[in-house]
Design a protein around this ligand. Structure first.
Ligand code: ZN
Length: 437
């Protein structure tokens, strides 16, 4: 699979982006203007001349932002290539408008050593996506013994997680935090008390009782979050809470931030937009972990996103092939794909109602890279061109058949959205969707 099969590729030797609204909160830029790109770098912003040698892309009515970054995706390779590969995941990211992703290590075998991390990095090499590997915290994700964190950091790792599960014990999480702090890395914690969550398939409450399905109580997440926060406080290290979903856990993050504990948190589009009422359909595309919660939790997520308690929006893109998602609700695996719907969902349902455009970009461009200690893109002359090109006015309907991901498991099929990525520029490559858009 190659980018040319799905996108029109334009040379960036000399590229003239004409007439788009260019928005970069970091440099307080928001105006309709032209950008000239030379050899993959931004040569000029506010470029007016017509250089006959430049390849031109007419972008009137479109918007250009710094490249979006999804810091929580599962690309399933190695081990479950039928669901996703690094290549198909990169294509899905590009189709969704992302120029960067961080992949979680719960593959088979897990990404727990420098050799396998290097292999995954190499699979992403042909694609104009910045792929950051989040390595496992524990060897084999067994929750017993720390991975070689220093060696992994030497091979470009900036973050560690046993995502899919919480770190196996408080002692191990403490040590992981201590080492991560020395290495200027971050621990991304899937916060959950397994003994409370085990066996559950949806949020525990009135709906699970009505449906007769075993529940995952909110308190399982709260206990996981509190453990993580207290250990971050004790060690002085930075903890990042993955996919927060409950009002009560958010209250603890708010408390921790006020206290000066080094914590950041992320939320998924589905926890911002859906509740456990969706599960009454018994559609397995409404089954994920953490599960869809109650309306009060959803409102708390939105509020926390608005007030900055939640720093990042990330998809938790979790592909599964149709066969497994066609199982009964109880047997079906957790997780949904998200890369190709997030941008449209954010522009349609979050911005400007809950977030200004500037605040949205903070949560999808800058904060994820900041959590991971990565350099920030900037729409400034001299910088590498790292851009997402958006049609903010296009109306479209989510059709999973159009996904470049190998999987189709989404609860958003049939949703009418306004706004979609039409192109990306990064790593010296410009990809435009052309007729596909
Ligand atoms: Zn998780």
């Amino acid at each position: 699979m190659q980018t040319q099969d799905f996108f029109q590729t334009k040379p960036t030797r000399l590229l003239h982006l004409k007439g788009a609204r260019v928005v970069d909160p970091a440099t307080k830029l928001d105006k309709v203007t032209d950008i000239l790109i030379k050899d993959g770098k931004i040569a000029e912003v506010g470029f007016a001349d017509d250089n006959p040698e430049a390849e031109k892309i007419e972008l009137t009515g479109k918007m250009i932002t710094p490249g979006w970054f999804d810091m929580h995706v599962h690309f399933r390779e190695p081990g479950k290539e039928v669901a996703e590969t690094v290549a198909s995941g990169c294509l899905a990211a590009l189709n969704g408008g992302f120029t960067g992703v961080a992949v979680m290590p719960n593959t088979s075998p897990p990404l727990d050593n420098a050799g396998i991390v290097g292999w995954v990095q190499a699979q992403a090499e042909p694609f104009p996506v910045e792929l950051q590997v989040i390595a496992a915290v524990s060897k084999g994700r067994q929750g017993k013994e720390l991975v070689e964190m220093a060696e992994l950091c030497d091979s470009g790792v900036r973050a560690f997680s046993d995502d899919g599960s919480p770190v196996g014990s408080s002692a191990l999480l403490r040590h992981a935090l201590e080492y991560a702090d020395m290495l200027k890395a971050v621990i991304c914690e899937h916060a959950e008390d397994i003994s409370l969550a085990e066996g559950g398939v949806m949020h525990e409450g009135a709906v699970s009782t009505k449906l007769g399905l075993p529940g995952i109580p909110s308190v399982a997440e709260v206990i996981g979050v509190v453990r993580a926060l207290l250990l971050a406080e004790y060690t002085g290290a930075h903890i990042h809470i993955c996919h927060i979903s409950t009002a009560a856990a958010i209250e603890w993050v708010r408390w921790a931030k006020a206290k000066g504990i080094r914590v950041t948190a992320e939320v998924t589009p589905h926890h911002l937009l859906l509740t456990c009422d969706e599960c009454t359909s018994f559609q397995t595309s409404t089954k994920m972990n953490p599960p869809l919660r109650e309306e009060a939790d959803r409102q708390a997520c939105l509020e926390a996103l608005t007030d900055g308690t939640i720093d990042v929006i990330a998809t938790d893109h979790a592909p599964h092939p149709v066969e497994t998602k066609e199982d009964e609700f109880i047997q079906a695996p957790f997780g949904i794909v998200g890369l190709e719907t997030m941008l449209g969902l954010c522009l349609t349902h979050l911005c400007p109602k809950h977030l200004s455009l500037e605040a949205l970009l903070e949560r999808v461009v800058f904060a994820p890279r900041q959590v991971l200690g990565l350099p920030q893109p900037s729409i400034t002359a001299g910088e590498e061109a790292n851009l997402t090109i958006i049609d903010p006015d296009i109306d479209w309907t989510v059709n999973p058949e159009d996904f470049l991901s190998k999987s189709r498991n989404t609860p958003f099929a049939g949703w009418n959205l306004k706004g979609r990525a039409v192109g990306t520029i990064s790593k010296g490559q410009c990809l435009m969707k052309g007729d596909r858009a």
